[in-house]
Each structure stands twice: as structure tokens, then as C-alpha cells.
Design a protein around this ligand. Structure first.
Ligand code: PGA
Length: 246
């Protein structure tokens, strides 16, 4: 694992945007796996800036988002679809046909999961997967479990995830109880992985990810078996690590 600890959220976001930018510059038809949540916000701002400055071109880039709530329309401002349009896709020259986000309103959700996974494979697999990490160690919505769920699947969100995500909703009762998520198998098949974490509330989970045992109760720990993972964190999230702050 390559671990980069930056003093501030702004710097870590710039570093993450630089890594994604380098991927797109080296391979203009890159397949990017994208994440939502508050952490990648600065990374997307950085990518938009590079696009606006004429440095990046997203015309041939394809994207697959990690997850989406079940039962929320894509026009709903809490949907991950809305988040991605608002913070990235509407601000860059990506082709709408190249954007993929699971459909949480599909009539047959099981079929949607299988089709999503097939589509990733048919596109050639993900070149670079961006990830956040939940306070409980989830990646995407792969929640702590007794096994690592490999396939794209429907997941019942854990109480701690519902609680963590309640900050985006008028009250916790409005947080959807289930979601579609890319499984750990699809994530692990990505050629490169970039995981971000920011803030002191992530310090314990980051420490466990780096030094703890690989176990399904901490889904992110499976990344220790991947051969190309970069972790970019700010100094607060890295408080439990021995590495030097850049
Ligand atoms: P956050 O979420 O970026 O809002 O902290 C990360 C996650 O739950 O994966």
C-alpha cells in the first residue's frame, strides 16, 4: 500500500485529483470507478478545475459509480446520481452515454445488479477505482459481514451507516434502508485503487485498515490483498499511522 498523508483536506484532494488526471492523460479512454460521500468532493472540484483549464479531456472516459440508494429517483437531491451530476458530470465534457450508476428504481433489482457487473466486465474492467471508507470500514456499501460479498448486490444498510448518512437528510427516518453496491469482487478486480479518508472520525478505521487483520468485519481490509492501492488521507485521518505528513 502506498500511503500519502497530507496536512490538509485541500492538499489531499489536489493529490487525488492529480492521480486521476494522470490516469486520464495516460489513457484517454480510461474506465473510472467513482465514489460519492463528502470525502471525494474536493477531488471532483480539482478535476473540474483541470478540465476548465483545458488540461483534461473526458470525452472518451467511461465511469461506473460504486453504489446508489434503492427507492430514490435520480432527480432526488439525495440520490448519488444527483450528487455526481451536480459535482462532476455536469461540469466536464463526459459523454452521458459513458456514465454508469446503478439504478435503485429498477423493477428487478437482482437483474440490475447482475447487468451492472456484466457491463463493467464488457467495458474491459475498471482502470482506477476511487473509494471512500465508512466509519465502520465499509467500501461502497459493502457493510461489515461474516464474508466479503463478492458480487454487485442489494444491501441492507447498517445502523452506523444510516446514522452517518443522516447528516444529508432532514432526519434519519428519511435515510433509505437499502442500496445497490458494487461488490468487493468488482472493486478488487480494478487495476488500481485510490482510497481517500479525511477527518479525525476516520483515524481509528484507517489505523485498522493499515495495521489490523484482514477480515470481513472490516470490508476495506480486503484491499491489503490488492497490489496497487494508494491511500490518500489528511493528517487527522492519519493520526494513528506512523507515516510522515507531506
Ligand atoms: P464520507 O463517506 O466520504 O461521507 O465520509 C465515505 C463512505 O461512507 O464510504
Amino acid at each position: 500500500m502506498n500511503i500519502l498523508i497530507y496536512e490538509t483536506y485541500e492538499k489531499m484532494s489536489q493529490a487525488a485529483a492529480a492521480i486521476i488526471a494522470a490516469q486520464v492523460l495516460a489513457k484517454p479512454d480510461s474506465i473510472l470507478g467513482l465514489a460519492t460521500g463528502s470525502t471525494p468532493f474536493g477531488t471532483y472540484t480539482g478535476l473540474v478545475k483541470l478540465y476548465k483549464e483545458g488540461i483534461l479531456d473526458f470525452k472518451r472516459v467511461k465511469t461506473f459509480n460504486l453504489d446508489e440508494y434503492v427507492g430514490i429517483d435520480k432527480s432526488d437531491d439525495q440520490s448519488y446520481h444527483f450528487f455526481m451530476m451536480e459535482n462532476l458530470f455536469s461540469k466536464i465534457n463526459i459523454n452521458a452515454r459513458n456514465i454508469n450508476i446503478p439504478n435503485g428504481l429498477a423493477n428487478d433489482l437482482e437483474k440490475e445488479c447482475a447487468a451492472y457487473e456484466k457491463k463493467i466486465d464488457a467495458a474491459g474492467g475498471i482502470d482506477l477505482q476511487l473509494l471512500g471508507i465508512g466509519n465502520n470500514g465499509h467500501i461502497g456499501f459493502n457493510e461489515p459481514d461474516v464474508h466479503f460479498p463478492a458480487a454487485t448486490h442489494i444491501v441492507e444498510l447498517s445502523e452506523s451507516t444510516i446514522e452517518a448518512n443522516a447528516r444529508f437528510f432532514p432526519d434519519s427516518g428519511k435515510v433509505p434502508r437499502s442500496a445497490i453496491t458494487m461488490g468487493t469482487g468488482a472493486i478488487m478486480k480494478s487495476r488500481r485503487i485510490l482510497l481517500l479518508a479525511s477527518g479525525g472520525q476516520k483515524a481509528d478505521v484507517v489505523k485498522e485498515l493499515v495495521y489490523g487483520e484482514v477480515r470481513p468485519q472490516l470490508p476495506a481490509s480486503i484491499l491489503r490483498f490488492h497490489n496497487d492501492v494508494t491511500i490518500i488521507i489528511d493528517s487527522e485521518a492519519g493520526a494513528g499511522l506512523h507515516g510522515k505528513v507531506i
